[in-house]
Write a protein that binds this ligand. Structure first.
Ligand SMILES: Nc1ncnc2c1ncn2[C@@H]1O[C@H](COP(=O)(O)OP(=O)(O)OP(=O)(O)O)[C@@H](O)[C@H]1O
Length: 265
């Protein structure tokens, strides 16, 4: 069953036609990598998938709900099941690591107080500590989040996703601002958590080595089109490298300049 299904998605910003008929499916529990050069439309696609931007045309079904045109109420419900990991971690820097993890439970509660450290239930607090132990940062629970290294902050962000208990995770360049050692630690942790919890993952990356090592599937974008969509084992480094060559940016490439998708069976 496809947990994520995008079909003929178009998005424009003014005269720039950013998403040009994007279509793909990601089955349950698959870890897919979204590749493509700067300016090809990856972040816009991720934003459309989380309902932060709305496409003018097409559909994006997440667990059967079309986030491209559903109500705000429905969108909130869908988002409860979608965890986000960002390049810049998106932690609240002046709050404790523990509080940041507790915030992951926000979607499950109507009241903000229910996930505020002094007021949260014993169960929520215990589960937040369990999530921190899972990313090996329980010892940092009381530290301010902005006192941690970048790699540690991303591990806190993964603990926050665990706290949320989503079935889908969207990770937008989760290791882009990390050094190679921290990047590998975060990749191992993210993939480990996703596999163990049976989550479905779509992760944008710029590192081909990581993509080929970790991904089950690759979705490769070029100038607003899906150009490659196949199991990682059926692609080659040359094919992935070609995503970064020639007309890649949507703001420099007419809509008809790139031939979309050589689709795998
Ligand atoms: N809110 C916006 N308003 C206007 N133009 C936008 C907006 N968001 C994105 N764009 C434009 O859409 C194009 C694609 O941007 P996007 O961020 O989706 O690319 P990307 O593939 O994620 O690039 P990068 O890897 O550099 O993050 C760019 O030309 C960008 O300027």
């Amino acid at each position: 069953m496809s947990v994520i299904h995008a079909d003929n998605v178009h998005k424009r910003f003014g005269k720039v036609h950013v998403l040009r008929g994007i279509a793909f499916r990601i089955p349950e529990r698959e870890g897919a990598i979204l590749l493509g050069a700067n300016g090809c439309g990856k972040s816009t696609l991720m934003r459309c998938m989380n309902g932060l931007a709305r496409p003018e045309q097409g559909s994006i079904h997440v667990h059967g709900s079309n986030v491209a045109n559903c109500s705000q109420r429905k969108l909130r419900e869908v988002r409860r099941g979608v965890g986000m990991v960002f390049q810049n971690f998106n932690l609240v820097g002046n709050l404790s690591v523990f509080q940041n993890v507790l915030y992951g439970g926000l979607a499950r509660h109507r009241s903000f107080f229910a996930i505020t450290a002094p007021l949260a239930s014993r169960e929520e607090r215990a589960y937040a500590m369990h999530c921190l132990e899972r990313v090996q940062l329980a010892r940092c629970a009381d530290q301010r989040a902005d006192q941690l290294s970048g790699g540690q902050q991303q591990r806190v962000a993964i603990a926050r996703v665990l706290m949320q208990r989503p079935s889908v995770v969207l990770a937008d360049e989760p290791v882009a601002s990390l050094d190679p050692k921290a990047a590998r630690e975060v990749m191992n942790l993210l993939w480990g958590v996703v596999r163990e919890e049976g989550m479905t993952l779509l992760c944008t990356l710029h590192q081909l080595d990581f993509a080929m090592e970790y991904g089950d599937r690759v979705i490769g974008m070029k100038a607003g089109h899906v150009q490659v969509d196949r199991p990682m084992g059926q692609t080659s480094r040359d094919e992935l490298q070609s995503l970064y060559e020639g007309n890649v940016r949507v703001d420099e490439t007419p809509s008809d300049a790139v031939t979309p998708l050589r689709r795998a069976s």
